[in-house]
Write a protein that binds this ligand. Structure first.
Ligand code: AMP
Ligand code: MG
Ligand code: MG
Length: 211
């Protein structure tokens, strides 16, 4: 699909994707020490319609960590995820299967539907997910091998590389919603940045890829 501007009146432009899949993992962590292996504890994805800018569907599950089953106070303070929210949840391999079923049910495995993940930074898909798949001894899916790092997209528009999500929100004069470092809330804020850049006429392109 050729991308073109509809005008400078704030109207959107045609995108090269039908859906943006905004993803933001939260993982076990501690203040001073690096937890090994680090494990995903929140797996949220928003399916953002590139034409209507609406969130058409949400995948959201908390994940029970196996190697460090007890969340540190630091982790709970950072993410807002309390022990009760991960106890009795499915562990990663099951959630990963559920996610693929959601992809299927949403029509996102249909090759005629163009979608791409959007993350804040490269950590989620370049580092955390590959390590989690190795830890859990599951094979990753090819759809996770390319993504849009919203920080790079933001830099394309503003010529300033942002440190994180908060400076992008400030730079775009967007209100921060929810709690910072809650995965689902981070997704909402990242989605708002995606929509704002679309409104400004930016045409998104893939800018992250597994080596
Ligand atoms: P974020 O998407 O920025 O909320 O961070 C994703 C994950 O990175 C968190 O769930 C933590 O595991 C880790 N993380 C983020 N910020 C910190 C921090 N200041 N100290 C330790 N770990 C962090
Ligand atoms: Mg993040
Ligand atoms: Mg987050």
């Amino acid at each position: 699909m050729a991308a073109f501007r509809t005008g400078s009146n704030g109207d959107s432009v045609l995108q090269n994707f039908d859906y943006f899949l905004v993803l933001d993992f939260e993982a076990t962590c501690d203040n001073e020490t690096r937890l090994m292996p680090q494990e995903i504890i929140e797996f949220p994805v928003l399916k953002v319609n590139a034409r209507t800018h609406v969130v058409d569907s949400i995948f959201h599950q908390y994940v029970r960590p196996l190697f460090n089953p007890h969340l540190t106070p630091f982790c709970t303070e950072l993410t807002g995820i309390v022990q009760d929210m991960v106890d009795n949840q499915k562990c990663f391999p099951e959630v990963f299967k559920d996610f693929n079923q959601w992809m299927e049910a949403e029509g996102l495995l249909n090759p005629e539907i163009k979608s791409i993940f959007v993350t804040c930074g490269d950590w989620d898909l370049n580092s955390m997910l590959p390590r989690q798949c190795e830890t859990s001894r599951v094979r990753s899916m090819s759809y996770f091998s390319r993504w849009i790092n919203i920080k790079k997209s933001y830099a394309d528009v503003t010529r300033t590389f942002p440190k994180g999500m908060m400076p992008m929100l400030t730079g775009l004069r967007l209100q921060h919603v929810g709690r910072h470092h809650s995965g689902i809330d981070d997704c909402r804020n990242i989605a708002n940045i995606v929509v704002e850049l679309m409104k400004q006429g930016y045409v998104f392109r893939e800018n992250g890829r597994l080596r």
